[in-house]
Design a protein around this ligand. Structure first.
Ligand code: HEC
Length: 89
């Protein structure tokens, strides 16, 4: 019985995790509407979401030069990074 519970627990964790990830990229798609005027979602395809996130953070903080001033909440930054990092899928 123990093993059945472990398998169920792992399936549940995998489900919750994948669902949370989908929500992130969906929210990222919405937040990235602020950027589509100049950027395609797949410009950064294959880029690691974590490094993309820190790059966007630095732009928002004014540490990295960017064409326009961008204003995003930390959650929006993470979601856009997840969305762009997945190539817009
Ligand atoms: C008015 C046009 C414009 C808008 C809007 C815009 N960008 Fe950019 N962005 C640029 C240009 C131009 C560059 C430099 C050339 C390039 O990498 O495409 C750039 C570069 C970047 C880079 C790479 C910076 C680097 O040093 O490698 C990131 C990341 C980025 N933009 C994020 C964003 C995000 C996030 C948004 C939306 C919140 C956004 N941009 C909106 C024009 C824009």
């Amino acid at each position: 019985m123990q093993i059945v519970y472990s398998v169920l627990l792992m399936a549940l964790i995998a489900f919750v995790y994948s669902d949370a990830h989908a929500a992130d990229t969906q929210a990222g798609r919405a937040a990235a509407q602020k950027c589509v005027q100049c950027h395609e979602a797949d410009d950064w395809e294959g880029e690691d979401a974590a490094s993309l996130e820190s790059l966007i953070k630095d732009i928002v903080a004014g540490k990295v030069k960017h064409r326009t001033k961008i204003d995003l909440t930390p959650a929006e930054i993470a979601n856009i990074a997840a969305y762009w990092g997945s190539g817009g899928r």
